[in-house]
Design a protein around this ligand. Structure first.
Ligand code: AMP
Length: 282
């Protein structure tokens, strides 16, 4: 099916209710555009597991705590449409801000069991309230059977699982592994803004996390963290904002690896103009 682009909420809702009356199964991939192979992997999975795949592109202002980051976020709808044309995505929903937020729109206020208070939530106040607000609104419009998210944003995935279990229990939330460059750097729309030197050295993030995992039974959690920080910061262009070894479900940091059997290592690194985040199973 050739890609159809919808800017209007009412129009895509009409199409979707028609499809739903025919019993068609919908898979949904919400994005902020500047599409890359990570997004494409989600779309492919959504097309395989459903009758049609729908993708949205909306750079959501309510989830940016930093106005400059919002202003600088890469936007190129024509290029994204050309990419989607080559995937099995059938509908693109690309609303503008007034379509998503009525004047005086309220931020969704739900209890996220503290998942929103640590790591990204701690360093980007209000970020996850904006994320759950927009995803809740998108879920109401698209009403998919399944929605697909990347483990690249593992904390976001955990929060969306919880939000969906409370507000959209019929929607199946699917998490998929992080797609990386051959040198290990996690694909991200923000990578476009790395300088040449930053891009060249950015694989140190993934490499340090792997080294940390390899040393997990030999040294303490605190030694592991200091090792990662000194590796990454041996490049003066990088500053580690946080590094946590945390339970994959509660996202609570551990001080000893015996505290949980299901750990992940999470990291945020500030470069001159971009913040990079990554995580792996520990
Ligand atoms: P974004 O456009 O950055 O908001 O991301 C949209 C979706 O793509 C989110 O579910 C992300 O977790 C996912 N995503 C972003 N980068 C990657 C990646 N490198 N591998 C897999 N999924 C990704």
């Amino acid at each position: 099916m050739a890609l159809r682009v919808f800017k209007s909420k009412a129009e895509i809702e009409d199409q979707i209710s028609m499809l739903k009356r025919q019993g068609i199964k919908i898979g949904f991939v919400p994005t902020m555009g500047a599409l890359h192979k990570g997004h494409e992997a989600l779309i492919e999975k959504s097309a395989v597991e459903n009758d049609i795949a729908i993708c949205s592109i909306f750079v959501n202002p309510t989830q940016f705590n930093d106005k400059k980051d919002f202003g600088n976020y890469p936007r190129n709808l024509q290029n994204d449409i050309a990419i989607l044309d080559k995937t099995r995505c059938s509908f693109l929903f690309a609303p503008d801000e007034t379509e998503m937020y009525e004047p005086g729109a309220k931020i969704l206020n739900i209890d996220l069991n503290g998942l929103d208070k640590v790591m990204e939530g701690f360093h980007r106040p209000g970020h996850f309230a904006g994320v759950v607000t927009v995803v809740d609104r998108l879920f109401k419009i698209i009403n998919p059977h399944s929605a697909y998210f990347g483990e690249k944003d593992f904390q976001q995935l955990a929060i969306i699982r919880l939000m969906a279990s409370k507000l959209h229990p019929a929607i199946n939330i699917v998490g998929l592994p992080t797609i990386r460059e051959p040198d290990g750097l996690a694909l991200s729309s923000r990578n476009q803004r790395l300088s040449n030197e930053e891009r060249k050295n950015a694989p140190v993030i993934f490499k340090s996390m792997n080294d940390a995992r390899a040393s997990k039974n030999k040294i303490t959690v605190s030694e592991i963290k200091s090792g990662v920080i000194s590796n990454i910061e041996s490049f003066p262009v990088f500053k580690v904002e946080y590094i946590e070894i945390a339970d994959a479900e509660t996202l609570k940091s551990v001080y000893d690896i015996s505290e949980s059997k299901n750990l992940r290592i999470f990291i945020a690194v500030q470069t001159s103009s971009v913040r990079l985040i990554d995580n792996i199973e520990f």
